[in-house]
Ligand binder design. Structure first.
Ligand code: SF4
Length: 296
């Protein structure tokens, strides 16, 4: 199948990315909402080269960039590992989510290695649990490091659709869907707990086959998260133009959710049992904060 042509306002490609290294003042963002199931969000970058067209982080206040520049600039936090090291006293028996407003394995990570170096710090915090969340198979470059965490680390892979032509329209600079499945398989085969995040839910071709594919990847679990759009979000126009407004429909979301529940029937997992013992209020499934609403 030929890919659909990209819209004329697609953000610039990686080679045109504005890279703006900076010294961050803080690195651990406390997460007070217990529904998310972690204590701190850790983002080694500001901005995101994946430039997903629905990502409302683009609207976060920014003195230098307009929302329409989203995906065209990234600020690597050069001192992130050192800052994290100096703050590690906060991390005793805490859970860290990496990352909430960027992708820790966006293309620049190949060069800057900030996510890797932050993980090396976290590895030295023996009571800290880590959730790495990404859209990129680049996470595999750190496979040995991820394995060194044992069962205190899990990887979430966002796979919001089973149709890569949809992905090409809405996540034009994020890796293709087949490469994400391959990453999930390799991570799971290496013994790493993998969660598939169907988030934010986009147009799906075959819900049952999609859910079976997720199960066959070796993922331990999956969740479905709905789109969260801003008032007068330009993404409405994209949804309307492609006949995808159904993704905002509750019945549509419930149908996808049911397919995944069938593929991943609820069961008590050892890791979840351990977490629940540590904190009676900590949910077993973690969601990407601020970006998507969980619907399953
Ligand atoms: S949704 Fe995630 S991967 Fe996509 S642009 Fe936003 S932060 Fe980056």
């Amino acid at each position: 199948m030929h890919p659909l042509p990209l819209p004329s306002d697609t953000p610039p490609l990686f080679k045109d990315l504005f890279v703006e290294p900076e010294e961050a003042r803080s690195i651990l963002r406390p997460q007070k909402d217990e529904r998310y199931g972690f204590g701190f969000a850790l983002s080694p970058y500001r901005g995101c080269g994946h430039g997903c067209r629905y990502c409302y982080v683009r609207e976060y206040p920014n003195a230098l960039h307009k929302p329409e520049d989203w995906g065209g600039w990234v600020a690597p936090k050069l001192n992130a590992p050192e800052l994290l090291w100096s703050q590690r006293y906060k991390l005793h028996q805490a859970r860290v989510f990496m990352a909430s407003a960027t992708d820790p394995y966006q293309p620049l990570e190949r060069q800057y290695r900030l996510s890797r170096r932050c993980l090396e710090v976290l590895l030295l915090c023996p009571t800290t649990e880590v959730i790495v969340h990404t859209r990129s198979p680049l996470v595999l470059q750190d496979l040995d490091l991820l394995k060194a965490f044992g069962d205190r680390l899990s990887v979430g892979l966002s796979i919001p659709t089973d149709d890569d032509t949809v992905r090409q329209m809405v996540e034009p600079h994020a890796p293709p869907i087949p490469s994400r499945w391959a990453a999930a398989e390799r991570l799971a085969a290496a013994g790493i707990q993998v969660t598939i995040g169907v988030a934010p839910l986009l147009a799906v071709h075959d819900a049952q086959a999609f859910a079976r594919r997720a199960k066959a990847s070796g993922a331990a679990n999956a969740w479905v998260g709905g789109l969260r759009l801003l008032k007068q979000d330009p993404f409405y126009r994209i949804l309307a133009d492609h006949g995808w407004l159904k993704v905002l429909d509750t019945n549509y979301k419930e149908g996808i959710r049911a397919a995944f529940q069938e593929a991943f029937p609820p069961r008590k997992r050892k890791r979840e049992a351990r977490v629940e013992t540590a904190s009676a209020h900590t949910p077993a499934v973690v969601i990407q904060p601020g970006l998507f609403d969980r619907v399953g």
